[in-house]
Design a protein around this ligand. Sequence first.
Ligand code: NAD
Length: 271
Amino acid sequence: AGGLYQLSKAGKLCVPAMNVNDSVTKQKFDNLYCCRESILDGLKRTTDVMFGGKQVVVCGYGEVGKGCCAALKAMGSIVYVTEIDPICALQACMDGFRLVKLNEVIRQVDIVITCTGNKNVVVREYLDRMKNGCIVCNMGHSNTEIDVASLRTPELTWERVRSQVDHVIWPDGKRIVLLAEGRLLNLSCSTVPTFVLSITATTQALALIELYNAPEGRYKQDVYLLPKKMDEYVASLHLPTFDAHLTELSDEQAKYLGLNKNGPFKPNYYR
Ligand SMILES: NC(=O)c1ccc[n+]([C@@H]2O[C@H](COP(=O)([O-])OP(=O)(O)OC[C@H]3O[C@@H](n4cnc5c(N)ncnc54)[C@H](O)[C@@H]3O)[C@@H](O)[C@H]2O)c1
């Protein structure tokens, strides 16, 4: 989506575009709910690690970080969080996680997980200070968060122990366990459930239908978000899976809230 916005800003976008990536339903499933499950799956498949009592630091407390933290806490891990944004940091505190700087815990943690969307969050200086056996992986952006290139130096030995798992060995014998060479752990080492794919595919299909059916002039050569009502529709299509029963607004309640009974139920900016 970032590329589309750049094209639009430069006046080079020649058709209307839907940014389905930032649809609320899709984002919650791809980022929060999917990662909440696949962080454990990815770690288990690659390392067979036991989570109870392990000290874990999660870098970034956005949607992906919240999912990872929730899952690990539920498994009995001791979870630390790093953040740069005071609002997300406060959320981490309120959810019961210790907010730390990476250098304060890097010596003691058993697992390091990045999910910041940023670059060079885990650099060589930190990798040098990790304890023997520390597992390092990325759930965030591409392969930029862990400075893997900094580990390609002559004094360090790389040992491939199984697919997607490398031991990087220091001259004193210390090893760290690097997963998927710093690429996305869950995309490399886990699977995506069909339910998540269904949400994504439904969102994409509805965006295409909306663009196709829209009256002339509704969408210009720009990037748009899916209308809230359609986002709500994607969610409602998936409710029967859970035998969930949605409450309908009464006429009186709809009037009181100033809403249409059929939605949208929230303003566009609501996440
Ligand atoms: N693994 C997956 O399946 C998957 C799924 C969806 C998204 N992603 C990717 O994960 C990344 C995060 O997504 P998100 O939805 O959580 O984004 P987000 O913006 O909600 O969260 C990222 C958080 O990291 C924080 N941050 C930035 N730099 C930091 C730093 N140096 N140290 C500590 N915290 C820092 C930000 O303040 C923010 O709160 C994105 O790159 C996204 O593309 C991965």
